[in-house]
Design a protein. Structure first.
Length: 266
């Protein structure tokens, strides 16, 4: 789910064509999805990020050498910044900064693509640490997160999944799958919480149908919808039939924890 503040219960995108639509998608990658993720919540206690750290990340993300961005992350860790602060306070803020440069035509298309690729790579490396047991992995609570099929913006879902994992949740993150596959997975795993992410008109158009189908295959699940769709397409989001509309992950986490406990009989 791409950045989440709880805004409603029992909830029901700007689109273009051709090159314009593709440019809008890329802009959303570095602005819409990460704009909300950057406001996930206050990072955990510890060393805080400085404005210079954001600048360093932004410059590294634009560098042709992938080792530059990894070196910046290593230096931030050595200073005592947690992975969550690096992820949210540095990488996401750097991505927002690069998005603003692009909007002002101060950053070319190829650099946007490069920066997005760098972020994906860094998230994979940070996630490897989560999987290796660096954080609490009690598995007490379980959720499945996925972008709405057809959604191109997955960074928010990836970051949100990592935040929940660091809080001790077991999270299944399903990316790049169609609706039929997602429904098959949900029917087999029966998660108590399903988090869907959407950021534009195209995924918003299938949201209501998808939630209804989820109710059929996983009737016991709490369905939460997050991402830019909540702010950009409030009517469609509210009509989706979801249990929660969320924008801030840490506020949502307590509500989803309650839902998970109720639905698993804890």
């Amino acid at each position: 789910m791409s950045g989440f503040r709880v805004v409603a219960q029992r909830a029901p995108m700007r689109d273009g064509s051709g090159a314009q639509a593709h440019a809008c998608d890329l802009q959303n990658v570095v602005r819409d999805a990460l704009d909300h993720v950057a406001r996930l919540a206050e990072a955990r206690r510890g060393v805080a990020a400085a404005p210079a750290d954001v600048v360093a990340c932004a410059e590294a993300l634009r560098d042709r050498d992938p080792a530059v961005a990894r070196a910046v992350v290593r230096r931030l860790r050595a200073r005592g910044l947690s992975d969550e602060r690096i992820q949210i306070d540095c990488l996401a803020e750097a991505a927002r900064h690069l998005g603003r440069l692009w909007e002002r035509d101060e950053m070319p298309f190829w650099e946007v693509t490069l920066a997005t690729s760098r972020i994906h790579g860094l998230l994979r490396e940070l996630r490897a640490d989560v999987a290796s047991g660096e954080v609490r992995a009690s598995g007490v609570r379980y959720a499945l997160f996925a972008p709405v099929p057809g959604e191109d913006h997955v960074l928010g879902s990836m970051m949100a999944a990592d935040v929940f994992r660091r809080a001790g949740w077991r999270i299944d993150l399903e990316l790049d799958i169609d609706a039929a596959t997602l429904l098959e997975i949900l029917e087999r795993r029966q998660p108590p919480v399903v988090g869907l992410s959407a950021s534009g008109e195209r995924p918003a158009r299938i949201l209501s149908d998808l939630v209804a189908r989820i109710r059929t295959v996983a009737p016991g699940a709490c369905v939460a919808v997050g991402g830019n769709v909540v702010a950009a397409c409030p009517a469609q989001a509210a009509a989706s039939g979801a249990d929660l509309l969320v924008e801030d992950v840490h506020e949502a986490m307590s509500r989803l924890a309650q839902e998970a406990d109720v639905r698993t009989g804890r």
